[in-house]
Design a protein around this ligand. Sequence first.
Ligand code: 13P
Length: 341
Amino acid sequence: MNLTELNRIATAMVAPGKGILAADESSGTIKKRFDAIGVESTETNRRDYREMLFRSKEAMSQYISGVILYDETIWQDAKDGTPLIRLIEETGAIPGIKVDEGTQALPMCPGELVTVGLDKLAERLQKYYERGARFAKWRAVIDIGSAIPSMTAISVNAHALARYAALCQAAQIVPIVEPEVLMDGDHDIDQCYEVTQRVLNTTFQELRVQRVALEGMVLKPNMAISGKKCAKQASVEEVAEKTVRLLKACVPAAVPGIAFLSGGQSDEEATAHLNAMHKLGPLPWSLTFSYGRALQAAPQKAWSGKAENVAAGQRAFSHRARMNGLASKGEWQSSLEQKAA
Ligand code: 13P
């Protein structure tokens, strides 16, 4: 393992003014997104859609540091025969790959899930590296509900995340470690804070036990935020203040960067929250975005599967990428949204 090189890549993934495009929707998830815009989820449509994003020159070269791909996409060619991964490299962004294989029910823990995909992972990582991937992603899912999460679900998922991260580093690939506490429930921000704290502490304990080099990874957490169904929604300032407090308490300064998931926040909320965190003074790590929905909802709608809408889709994507790029430096203002609308 060359830790200097892993650290160089991790640092580039969280460079100020830039963030990560999570375009790694599994076939099931992208079908849901396409259903919402009335587009059939065929291999060609998925290719055309992602090609549109990767050919968005302004967004990709100025605001996107890296792109997380799904297995199908990393092997796919653009319409003109250029591998999609080359389009990404040509913009200066770093290609990455989702390597978990989704979730399964966790035995003895009703309602809870464990992320799978460790078998043969070393071999898969080697193939992805040869294809050009320089970082990877593994997502664990923790739900808040009555009597959950259990300590069992938190520990088995943390164990798997650390196993994955160690295998990545041994394969010279930077692991994005993503323990996602879902915002789907009716819990308040303080419950989210408390559960996320337990999840992050357990995850970092496992990372240490399994000798993962913190300098060569990126953390992808949820924010401390109210559940979507909670009657009392925390303000932007409260989300920012509690999230930064939580991360300072749990994430060692050796980690080069933290890149949030959007998790179902609206586009503008996800941007406003990140921006507000940068107003809270100097932070020990880079803090940026690794958004899926909050970067892609607008371009998906603008595109709607029509070739004549590609330029509009690219404009919508560039706008969101620019807004989040500014937020990653604390330079965003809501008036910039209105100007574009
Ligand atoms: P969202 O930003 O839509 O939550 O997706 C990010 C991601 O990669 C989840 O694994």
